[in-house]
Design a protein around this ligand. Sequence first.
Ligand code: 4G0
Length: 250
Amino acid sequence: MKFSVLTLFPEMVDPFWNNGMIARGIEKGLISGNCINIRDFSTDRHHTVDDRPYGGGSGMVMKPEPLKEAVHSAKAGNPDARVILMSPQGTRFDQPLAERFAEEEKGMVFVCGRYEGIDERIVDGLIDEEISIGDFVLTGGELAAMAVIDSVARLIPGVLGSDESSKSDSFTDGRLEYAQYTRPEDFQGNRVPGVLLSGNHERIRQWRKASSIKRTFLKRPDLLDNASLDEEEKTILRRWCRELEALVRN
Ligand code: 4G0
């Protein structure tokens, strides 16, 4: 997968390619990434990239001409890439969408807006998909693009080590991950749950399943709204219910 980021602040995105699993994925030749400075495609003496909004009002709007040339340049180096605008007005990004991108796309071009937004004719004419990482506003699309790239890249086979498969992550099956512990066995008087030290793999599996469904219920009940519980999860929740009832009675 080839990722291109169109931005007025390439210095903000450049370090992203050089660290952690993204850098490893690039070294392995599984992904590649580059930045294109939109300002390089401005032709006037002052390299203008923004202008005042028609109709008046505060703030500035990104001019269409440099953006159009930047997108064309990106697509020339990244053919059949999907052109994505990071914007608070976009479709909400989530794990299923990350999985779809990782599976279906050969390349992705991210347009990062600044100022109050970009000229609507660019959105209409050049953008394939408008995506938001959540209901909040950033000063630019760069952080949002990096979040999307990070989550898509780690789903590409081989980018994560075989040891740290992305297949069993939170959200992959609509449940939060179970609680994790490492040494020491006793940390400031808090002990690791005994079952995890037992070596009994079946009991450990059951404990993790209970941990997973209970934290999902407590921390993100919305994830269970349209989910169907399997028999094991129903048993876990019924038992939990009885434990709570006993607690209330005593
Ligand atoms: C385009 C994405 C880009 C339009 C980008 C802002 C939040 C997100 C930008 C605007 C962003 C997100 C209309 C304010 C840049 N902020 N939630 N800022 N407008 O994904």
